[in-house]
Structures are given as structure tokens and as C-alpha cells.
Write a new protein. Structure first.
Length: 150
């Protein structure tokens, strides 16, 4: 059955949560349940800037992409930040990640986004092998400032 890329639906919640858990486990991120619940709520909120695409195979979501389209100071058009991309390990190597990126690249052209950008961990060799087929990594270094734990 062909792969379908589509917007997430409320009925995808259980599948999304399974994939989200796999994504968080991959990055060894222990998120509180309230963060996951809030993320799901924002995904479904039409007024939220967060959008979620799912890749569906045989009627089941096997991957997702979370994106934020936003204004920026370096272009006149909005840009799209691909915040999270995850493919179920059982579906890897079947073109799921490529299909999600192709969908976003096509949307970039259709919607007039100035650019599509993302980052990944330097040691994520599997993802980087795919990403390098779309663009070359740049020389920017990420800095993160966090609020102290209360």
C-alpha cells in the first residue's frame, strides 16, 4: 500500500503518542505527561503555530513531522522550522522520512516559505545520511539557556 502524508487527526492520538514516546526515548528525553498532553493539544489547536504531519502506511501512522511556520528577520517570507521528525524503527528504510521531507519541501514552494530548516544530533548518523541528500549542514552552533528548575 502506498505511503500517505497527511495532517494529523484527533483519532491519531494513540498512534502519535506511541511514536512520540519512541522519539523521546531515542533522544533520552524524559518529558512530563503534562508536556506531552500540551503538545498534543497545541497540535490540534487551529490557532497554534505547531503543525503535525503523519506518514501513514496500511492505514497506520508510522512517522511524524512537527513543524512551526514563523516570521523571521532575515527574509520577507515566513520560514518553516522542522522541530521533530520520527519514523517507527519497523518502518525505517522504506522512504518514510524522505516522503515527509519531500512533502515539506513541496509545501515550501507552494506556500512561499523562504526556507525549511532543521537540526539533529551530530551522532544521528541514520538521519544525517538522509538529511545530507536534501541540504548540507551549516556551521552554526546551537546555544540553549534554560530557566532554573523550581
Amino acid at each position: 500500500m502506498p505511503l500517505v502524508i497527511r495532517s494529523v487527526l484527533p483519532s491519531d492520538q494513540a498512534a502519535w503518542q506511541r511514536l512520540w514516546r519512541g522519539y523521546c526515548d531515542f533522544y533520552q528525553a524524559a518529558l512530563r505527561d503534562e508536556v506531552t498532553q500540551r503538545t498534543w493539544a497545541r497540535i490540534l489547536d487551529p490557532d497554534s503555530a505547531i503543525m503535525c504531519l503523519v506518514a501513514e502506511s496500511d492505514g497506520q501512522p508510522v512517522g511524524f513531522a512537527h513543524c512551526v511556520v514563523h516570521e523571521n528577520t532575515w527574509e520577507t517570507q515566513p520560514v518553516c522550522y522542522l522541530e521533530d521528525l520520527y519514523v517507527d524503527p519497523a518502518a525505517r528504510g522504506q522512504g518514510v522520512g524522505r516522503a515527509l521531507l519531500d512533502w515539506l519541501r513541496n509545501s515550501m514552494r507552494a506556500e512561499g516559505w523562504a526556507r525549511l530548516y532543521w537540526m539533529t544530533h551530530k551522532d544521528n548518523a541514520g538521519a544525517r545520511a538522509l538529511y545530507d541528500q536534501f541540504a548540507q549542514a551549516d556551521d552554526f552552533v546551537r546555544y540553549v539557556v534554560r530557566l532554573p528548575a523550581a
